[in-house]
Design a protein. Sequence first.
Length: 218
Amino acid sequence: MTTAVQPFQFATAAYLTRVENQRVHNIAEMDAALADASDASIFYHTFQTLGRHHFLTEGFSNDFAQWVLAGLNQPALAERLASIDVRDYISLAELRADLRRIIASFREENPGADERQAFEPFYFLQAVEVTQPLPWDAKTLAGFRASLERLSHASFYYHFIASRLRLQLRTNDFSHWFENQLGLKELADRANRIDIYTNTLDTARQELSQLLEREIGK
């Protein structure tokens, strides 16, 4: 079994939520607010939604889509916003631009919807990340498999979802290590294809564990 030169260092993260000074009541205000919102706020309402609602496999995948549906009763726009897949992004600037592009297109098609007031306002939030290394690492795939079972939801989310922007790659910490330290590109690709929208964090971990078991058993 291959031993990695660089062990996988497991870590976890906690997030301190802070309320921003932006509040919007309609689509026009949302468009303007998205232009000025901090990167941390964009990250909170998209990537971190998956961590906060990790136990859900139904409903919309980001806070913007959810508010457009529940607050504005605009299901068509909500579906367009929900179609954004964070796995496609290595930059929050690109994600912000696509959110605004979707809203701009909707505003052009539905000029009367711009000023329609929401049932409740949307408050922009952000989370400050505090990371902490865990007191164990892994040098082999078997060691990684054993450690995976010990991870909290916060640690799994940190490595499997939030890491995509940190790496500036369309992958996650686990797949990056499988390919670059163990030479297991096929395993890395399969792990990276685990659907983070139809799975909870628990079922995503189970799916990853099954992939590891099959690889170890070869």
